[in-house]
Design a protein around this ligand. Structure first.
Ligand code: BDR
Ligand code: CA
Length: 317
């Protein structure tokens, strides 16, 4: 099993990503879930992480992370994710609490506690603030990170602005620190995540024929679908789930290597991931694998199947 730490800001698609990670328990061992301010303020996304994990019967430690970005203010995305950041779908309150340690220190301790040859994959589906702080405070820790699989950025387009995707737009400085860290990165940006989504019919099916987890995902996705603008609402992209899907099914994705910078200027492209594919111009190896496309049908099939199987395993049917 691949050891992973999930750093997220749940969030509708972050929560579906957590369901997918739970479904792939045979392939992935989740050491911790850490939270970062992004889709909502830190208290709300941390509560959501705990509630979702309890709902999934996953006894994984949760650590609360950065409540501010490096320079930008935090701007809750209530339009897209609703007042409770779960599309106003409610779950029973978790009785657990986050661990006492700050997420950045908790990740450091987990990495330091690994065996000599062990490494961990970081899955990042919110702004990169925690990971940027981690690398700035404890640069030696990078050698314990196998790779970072992150949702953020895009070659062709942004979503918050024409240039910038939400996670990078929220904290461009953190994104830039992470992209320049030298750690191998897989970037699941909008180019690929806009191809990885569910149709209205599939969302309805989740609500109607599935168990509790399917209904939870379907209800949240239904909320988001009504607010989505993409491709005339043909599909609702489940952005963050692409990270986990990539880890378990890399064969359904196409990628290209690039050097990536995040625009930290205060012009119209602040937060843009500037991807340089001219590898022949550089002496070093590009550190970033940019996912560019996916087998759309396969993604849908695998996601739905995983959710149904999870419900079955949890006895929710
Ligand atoms: C990203 O922005 C957030 O709103 C989602 O959770 C996802 O991580 C998509 O741009
Ligand atoms: Ca997210």
């Amino acid at each position: 099993r691949k050891k992973i730490i999930i750093d997220c800001d749940p969030g509708i698609d972050d929560s579906i990503m957590l369901c997918l990670a739970a479904a792939y328990e045979r392939q992935l061992e989740i050491l911790a879930v850490t939270t970062v301010a992004g889709n909502h303020l830190i208290n709300k996304v941390t509560k959501n992480a705990l509630d979702v994990l309890d709902f999934l019967k996953m006894d994984v430690p949760v650590a609360r992370g950065m409540d501010t970005h490096i320079l930008n203010p935090v701007r809750p995305a209530e339009d897209a994710h609703g007042e409770n950041a779960l599309g106003n779908v409610t779950l029973p309150d978790s009785v657990r609490k986050p661990v006492d340690e700050h997420a950045v220190l908790y990740i450091r301790d987990l990495l330091m506690g690994l065996g000599e040859d062990e490494k961990v994959t970081l899955v990042v589906t919110g702004p990169c603030t925690n990971i940027a702080m981690l690398f700035r405070l404890f640069p030696h820790i990078k050698k314990k990170v196998q790779q970072i699989v992150l949702m953020g950025g895009g070659v062709k387009s942004g979503n918050v602005t024409s240039a910038a995707e939400f996670n990078m737009h929220e904290d461009p400085e953190a994104g830039e620190i992470v992209f320049q860290s030298g750690v191998p990165i897989v970037m699941a940006g909008l180019d690929v995540t806009w191809q990885c989504g569910l149709t209205r019919r599939q969302i309805e099916k989740l609500c109607q024929v599935g168990g509790k987890v399917a209904k939870f995902c379907g209800d949240m996705a239904g909320y988001a679908f009504e607010r989505s603008f993409h491709e005339l609402r043909r599909i609702l992209p489940i952005h963050d789930a692409v990270t986990i899907m990539y880890l378990v099914h890399p064969e359904i994705f196409q990628d290209e290597d690039a050097f990536v910078h995040v625009d930290c200027s205060y012009g119209i492209s602040r937060g843009e991931t500037v991807c340089d594919f001219r590898w022949w111009r550089f002496e070093e190896e590009p550190a970033v694998k940019v996912l560019l496309s996916a087998d759309e049908n396969k993604f849908q099939e695998l996601l739905i199947e995983a959710i149904f199987e999870l419900d079955e395993r949890l006895g929710n049917l």
